[in-house]
Design a protein. Structure first.
Length: 202
């Protein structure tokens, strides 16, 4: 039996979630760059090459944030080529699966366009920044655009959205917990967690 389309479930949750309850973020310089520290710490301990590739992609994401480059799949693919050390990072061509097959992310002729439309909403000034960053992270997780490295792409997207508005989190490790497409509470909690990390000082 084919699993339900978790991408369609996420898009419903995305529309119904009360993103406006997300906390306001403070533009206070952190004591450290959490993404860089994560790469230099636990990632490098596990795999130095993976760490270097992530740092290279992060540099691109920060440069694009400084230039206010519009966020879309093409931009993510540029970062993902660094993450995977690949010459191409195309949009997937079939359904994708995660969580040991418990979540299936369907593919239609409109999936990539829908993904770009969602990413375009990261500049919506009527939605709190923490919510926009959380929502973009979850968009990448549940659209699952790449055949590999989607968790890394989601985190790069989150830090890019924050960096466009001069927010750098001092820690990113707590963001990396399993998220489910049918969990509106979890989506709201991710936005709240961004607020908590924003206020945290080392």
């Amino acid at each position: 039996m084919t699993a339900a389309d978790s991408l369609s479930v996420w898009l419903h949750v995305r529309r119904e979630a009360d993103w406006h309850r997300a906390p306001a973020l403070q533009r206070v310089p952190p004591d450290r760059d959490g993404f860089r520290s994560w790469c230099e710490g636990p990632v490098r301990l596990r795999d130095p090459i993976r760490a270097e590739r992530l740092l290279a992609a992060y540099a691109l994401a920060r440069e694009d944030a400084a230039r206010r480059t519009p966020l879309n799949f093409a931009l993510l693919a540029r970062w993902q080529r660094e993450v995977l050390a690949a010459t191409e990072a195309p949009f997937r061509v079939s359904d994708a699966y995660a969580k040991a097959g418990r979540e299936r992310y369907g593919l239609t002729p409109r999936t990539q366009a829908d993904f770009d439309s969602c990413l375009n909403e990261t500049t919506d000034p009527d939605v709190p920044l923490a919510a926009r960053a959380a929502r973009a992270y979850l968009d990448v997780a549940f659209f699952h655009p790449f055949t590999d490295g989607n968790a890394r792409a989601a985190l790069l997207t989150l830090v890019h959205v924050l960096a466009r508005e001069d927010i750098v989190l001092p820690e990113v490790g707590p963001l990396q917990t399993t998220r489910y497409a049918d969990d509106p509470v979890g989506a709201a909690d991710l936005a709240a967690l961004i607020g908590v990390l924003n206020r945290r000082r080392q």
